[in-house]
Design a protein around this ligand. Structure first.
Ligand code: CP
Ligand code: NVA
Length: 303
């Protein structure tokens, strides 16, 4: 049976740790000049209903890097745009390709595709989760700071798809996480409650960014208005202003804390140019690591 990757909460600690270890291994091997061909003869289908730079290109590069090939479809190029049922799309696509990477709005879309697809469906971002991104973020933390179980991780900003995936990762893998979100913009309560049931370390939600960042090893930022929330952008700029990751906020973190941003960034909104371009920011390694972790995901789930 196909092993879909729809949210991090669906997996064991061992599986997530193995994906991250494999991402680190594949990166080291690629840097040493080794060529991979695990997925030679395999085809990956990609269906994206929202824009993407990093996720699209890093999945394509990952698939080619493992010897496979890719067919990319934007949502408007398919019959989904003319209301072909998802269950029909899933069953047809599965006759042509060995796996599907999907970026869309509702989590229920990837769930429905997965229900009917005989090949793995991988979530490349929905309104609710961004699981592959958070795996590359954890890989980046480990590279820079060592075992993640020993780290205190802070999330500053919206309780969005990224925050939800971070909460599930903290629960499954076992690291300490504090999120600071404006009142009314906290993460999904059901995801939080389920994560806390399994968590071995605290998962704290506060409205105070300085509290979240206090003694943090890792500080995470993300956009204030996610894709699909464009009309809320002006209101959110005002509401989220105190949640900017800037030099003053970082004085509360450990002096050697690293700053992550999944990108794209809006300079002088959720993060200052000074911090994004500064020595603590690892966003560019983080972006690179998407390709390595995507290789690990494809090798494990499409094999
Ligand atoms: N971080 C991320 O998912 O970027 P893209 O929207 O460019 O894919
Ligand atoms: N939360 C952001 C992440 C972008 C990679 C969004 O959904 O737009």
């Amino acid at each position: 049976m196909a092993t879909h990757l729809l949210s991090l909460g669906d997996f064991s600690r061992d599986h997530l740790n193995e994906l991250i270890a494999s991402g680190l291994r594949l990166k080291a091997e690629a840097k040493a000049g080794k060529r991979h061909s695990q997925l030679a003869g395999r085809i990956l289908g990609m269906i994206f209903e929202k824009p993407s730079t990093r996720t699209r290109v890093s999945f394509e590069a990952a698939m080619y890097g493992l010897g496979g090939q890719v067919i990319y479809l934007s949502g408007r190029d398919t019959q989904l745009a003319r209301n072909e049922p998802l269950k029909d799309m899933a069953r047809v696509m599965a006759r042509y390709v060995n796996g599907l990477v999907v970026r869309t709005y509702g989590q229920e879309v990837v769930e429905e595709l997965a229900r009917y697809s005989s090949v793995p469906v991988i979530n490349a971002l929905t309104d609710r989760h961004h699981p592959c991104q958070v795996l590359s973020d954890i890989m980046t933390m480990i590279e820079n700071k060592g075992p993640v179980e020993k780290l205190h991780v802070a999330w500053v900003g919206d309780g969005n798809n990224m925050a939800n995936s971070f909460i599930q990762a903290a629960s499954v893998i076992g690291f300490s996480l504090t999120l600071a979100c404006p009142p009314g913009y906290e993460p999904d309560p059901e995801i939080l409650a389920n994560a806390r049931k399994l968590a071995s370390q605290p998962i704290v939600v506060t409205n105070d960014p300085a509290e979240a960042v206090a003694q943090a090893d890792v500080v995470n930022a993300d956009v204030w208005a996610s894709m699909g929330q464009e009309e809320e952008q002006t209101a959110r700029r005002r509401i989220f202003r105190p949640y900017q990751v800037n030099t003053a906020l970082l004085t509360h973190a450990k002096p050697d804390a690293i700053v992550l941003h999944c990108l794209p960034a809006h300079r002088e909104e959720e993060i200052t140019d000074e911090v994004l371009e500064g020595p603590q920011c690892v966003a560019w390694d983080q972006a690179e690591n998407k390709m390595h972790i995507h290789k690990a995901i494809l090798a494990a789930h499409l094999a």
